[in-house]
Design a protein. Sequence first.
Length: 54
Amino acid sequence: MFTLFKKKSEKEILQKKYEKLMKEAHSLSTTNRKLSDTKVFEAEEVLKQMDKIT
């Protein structure tokens, strides 16, 4: 019950964003390779931000 009001840490937010970008990249990989590569690049940038935090 108390987790309802718990604020997410910056790392948790970035992890969620990374997962979302990788999911989008995977789904786009069959239709638009260039856009998929762009999403993977964005996900890697988010991963670098996560590394800076820890």
